[in-house]
Design a protein around this ligand. Structure first.
Ligand SMILES: Cc1ncc(COP(=O)(O)O)c(C=O)c1O
Length: 383
C-alpha cells in the first residue's frame, strides 16, 4: 500500500484534551501547545534523523539504557539544571518519569518497603505504592517544602529506603526549597542512608531556580528530568541520572523483567537531535512565553485571592474560603463545563486535606479556552 500525504485536515489535538465527560480539562497540568515553534523544530529534527540514519540500525535492537549518543544528549539536557553535566555512563534514557519511578521504587524500596514523600505529592505514587504494597510516610511541609525536622522524624521512626521528592516547583503547591534547606535535607538523607528520587519535571520553565537537591546529595540521588511538562506530554522521554555508572547498570540493564522503561529509539534520537540543534531550548522558551502570558491573566483575574503560582510555572494552587468547600467548588465548575482537581488526590498527610484546588494553565489547547476556564473559576470563587 502506498501511503501518501493528503490535504485532509490534521486531526485536531484539542479532542485529546477534552476528557470523556466533556469538560474543559484544567485538572491536568500539561504545557501549552506551541505549534508555531514546535512543528518546525520537530520536522527539521525528523528530516535530519531520516537522512542520517538507517531505520533498521535505529530500531533493530533493544536499547536498554539508551545508546551512547542519546545518553550524551541526556547529559547535555540535564545540564540545563544540574551544575555539572553527568558522565553519560550515569544516564538512562527512559520513556517517562512514571516508568523511571516504577523501576526505582520496585528495586530500591521493594514490596512491603517504606517510601517517604512530601505531605502533598504526585498522585501516581499512590498507585505505585498500592501495586507494591509499599508503606508511604508523609513529611510535613511549609511554604518552601519539606521540613527537615519532620523528615528526620520519619527517618528515625519508619526507616524509609527512599524519599520521592519535588523540591523545585513542587506539584501541587509550587513550593521551591531554599538552598540552605536542600543542604539540610541532603545531610539527613546521608545520615540515615535514604536514597533520593528527585523529580525535577516542572523546573525548566522558570529560569532562576536553585540547583536540584541531588547536587547536594551525590552518591544517594537518582535525578529525573522529564520533557512532559516543558516540551510535549506525549514525547515520552525522561532522562534519569543514576548516582553512579554501576548503579545505572544494576537496575536498568539487563534490568527488571516485569515492566519496561526503554524509550522508543526514534523518540530518543528525536530529542537528541533537538538538544544538539538547540530546538529543545527554543521549544521550552516558547512554552515559557505562553505560560507567562497565561499566568499574567491569572494574577489579573484572581487579584486578592489566596493562591500560589510562579509567574512562569504551569499550575495554580488556590486556597478556597470556608464558605466554598473544595468539592462544592469543583461541582459548580463542572456545571460550567470545567474540570479542576481538589487537594484530595495530592494529600498524603493525616486527616482531611485542606480546602485547596489546583488548576493547570497549559492544558486548555488555546488561550481563548483557557480564558473561558479562568473566567468560570473567577466567577465561582467570587460567588
Ligand atoms: C510530578 C510529576 N512527575 C511526573 C509526571 C509525569 O511524567 P511522565 O509523563 O514523564 O511520566 C507528572 C505528570 O503529571 C507529574 O506531575
Amino acid at each position: 500500500m502506498n501511503i501518501q500525504s493528503t490535504n485532509r485536515p490534521v486531526e485536531r489535538l484539542e479532542q485529546h484534551y477534552i476528557p470523556p465527560h466533556g469538560l474543559l480539562n484544567m485538572s491536568g497540568n500539561l504545557p501549552p501547545q506551541v505549534p508555531h515553534v514546535f512543528d518546525a523544530e520537530y520536522r527539521a529534527a525528523m528530516e535530519v534523523m531520516m537522512a542520517d540514519h538507517s531505520p533498521m540500525s535505529l530500531i533493530g535492537a533493544h536499547q536498554f539504557r539508551g545508546v551512547f549518543r542519546d545518553r550524551a544528549a541526556g547529559s547535555q539536557f540535564v545540564h540545563l539544571r544540574l551544575p555539572e553535566a553527568p558522565d553519560p555512563s550515569r544516564v538512562i534514557v527512559t520513556n517517562g518519569v512514571q516508568s523511571a519511578l516504577n523501576i526505582l521504587i520496585t528495586n530500591i524500596v521493594g514490596t512491603g518497603g517504606v517510601l517517604a514523600v512530601e505531605e502533598f505529592t504526585y498522585p501516581t505514587i499512590r498507585n505505585i505504592a498500592a501495586l507494591l504494597n509499599i508503606k508511604v510516610c508523609s513529611v510535613a511541609m511549609d511554604e518552601e517544602g519539606m521540613l527537615p525536622d519532620a523528615f528526620e522524624t520519619v527517618c528515625r521512626n519508619h526507616r524509609p529506603s527512599a524519599l520521592y521528592a519535588q523540591p523545585t516547583m513542587h506539584n501541587p503547591t509550587t513550593a521551591v526549597m531554599s538552598i540552605e534547606r536542600r543542604k539540610e535535607m541532603a545531610e539527613i538523607a546521608r545520615k540515615y542512608g535514604v536514597a533520593i528520587f528527585e523529580d525535577d519535571i516542572y523546573s525548566l520553565l522558570p529560569t532562576d531556580l536553585p540547583p536540584p537537591l541531588s547536587t547536594y546529595a551525590p552518591g544517594l540521588s537518582w535525578y529525573v528530568l522529564g520533557t512532559a511538562k516543558s516540551m510535549a506530554p506525549a514525547f515520552k522521554i525522561a532522562y534519569l541520572i543514576a548516582p553512579s555508572a554501576k548503579a545505572a547498570t544494576r537496575y536498568f540493564w539487563p534490568g527488571d523483567r516485569a515492566t519496561y522503561w526503554m524509550a522508543a529509539p526514534i523518540n530518543s534520537l528525536m530529542l537528541s537531535q533537538l538538544v544538539s540543534s538547540g530546538g529543545a531550548s527554543r521549544i521550552i522558551d516558547a512554552v515559557r512565553a505562553e505560560t507567562a502570558i497565561r499566568q499574567a491573566m491569572v494574577s489579573e483575574r484572581l487579584a486578592g485571592a489566596s493562591y500560589r503560582a510562579q509567574p512562569d510555572g504551569l499550575q495554580v494552587w488556590l486556597t478556597l474560603p470556608d464558605r466554598l468547600p473544595k468539592k462544592e467548588f469543583a461541582a459548580k465548575l463542572a456545571d460550567r463545563g470545567i474540570s479542576i482537581s481538589t487537594a484530595d488526590g495530592y494529600y498524603f498527610g493525616d486527616g482531611e486535606s485542606p480546602n485547596n484546588i489546583r488548576f493547570g494553565t497549559g492544558t486548555p489547547p488555546t488561550r481563548a479556552e483557557f480564558e473561558r476556564g479562568l473566567e468560570a473559576i473567577t466567577q465561582v470563587y467570587r460567588l
